[in-house]
Design a protein around this ligand. Structure first.
Ligand code: ZN
Length: 238
């Protein structure tokens, strides 16, 4: 896993005792804990409809606490709109039922070279601030006899992006899924994305973006990696 992050300072959490102090020390740091999205055991006990009803009340509470008048025509639909958007759209990829179906084909053309799908539009959400991550994913694989429809790569990127995410985990989840679907380790993914929690608030660095890369199998070889990076026109040596 390779990662370059502009404009982030890393505070240490040493000598901190209470949970509150640890959160305070973490500040705006983006710490990822595991490759799997941290889900509760009861994550899918409630139906989507039940989740929407509960989140609607929670959002209502947040807005009321902020002092907003929910009888106002412009605001009264917001709690329901946000709840539906969370469950069905921007966090819809939490539900395994929405995982793209794995339809693969035999590689009839015996094409054994690298296949690159670049500039896949990526919209995700930073799990530390619940603000958008907007960028591009570039995905590549070398077929070992199985190929996948091109749109499937976009769908896999989109499915994992539609979760509260950290970019490193998103990158790994995309590669892992494609490795599973294609039955090969020879998969790579580079993500270049802007995090609105960095661009629009906090340090407000409009220009910075974060690049992560995950290389599997043959992509760990320098020459193969270089070829991929040339296709996507990126600087090398990371
Ligand atoms: Zn963030």
């Amino acid at each position: 896993m390779y990662i370059f992050v502009a404009c982030m300072t890393r505070n240490r959490m040493k000598n901190k005792s209470t949970i509150e102090e640890q959160f305070e020390a973490m500040g705006n740091d983006h710490v990822s804990s595991a490759e799997d999205t941290p889900l509760r055991k009861d994550a899918f006990v409630l139906s989507d409809t039940e989740k929407i009803a509960r989140i609607r009340e929670n959002i209502r509470e947040v807005m009321l606490t902020l002092g907003l008048d929910l009888d106002d025509d412009s605001l009264k639909g917001t709690p329901n709109r946000v709840a539906k958007m969370f469950v069905e759209e921007i966090f819809g990829g939490l539900h395994p039922d929405r995982r793209p179906k794995a339809s693969t084909f035999d590689n009839k053309y015996k094409y054994g070279e690298m296949l690159v799908e670049k500039n896949i539009t990526l919209y995700s959400t930073c799990e530390h601030h619940l603000l958008p991550i907007v960028g591009k994913a570039h995905v590549a694989y070398i077929s070992n006899g199985t190929v996948v429809g091109l749109s499937k790569m976009n769908r896999i990127v989109d499915y994992y992006a539609k979760r509260p995410q950290v970019q490193e985990r998103l990158n790994i989840q995309i590669v892992r899924e494609l490795q599973k679907v294609l039955g090969t380790k020879d998969v790579a993914c580079v993500i270049d994305a802007k995090h609105l929690c960095v661009n629009s608030r906090g340090i407000r660095d409009v220009e910075s973006s974060t690049i992560t890369a995950e290389y599997g199998g043959k992509f760990k070889e320098e020459s193969v990696r270089q070829e991929f990076l040339e296709y996507i026109n990126m600087e090398t040596n990371f």
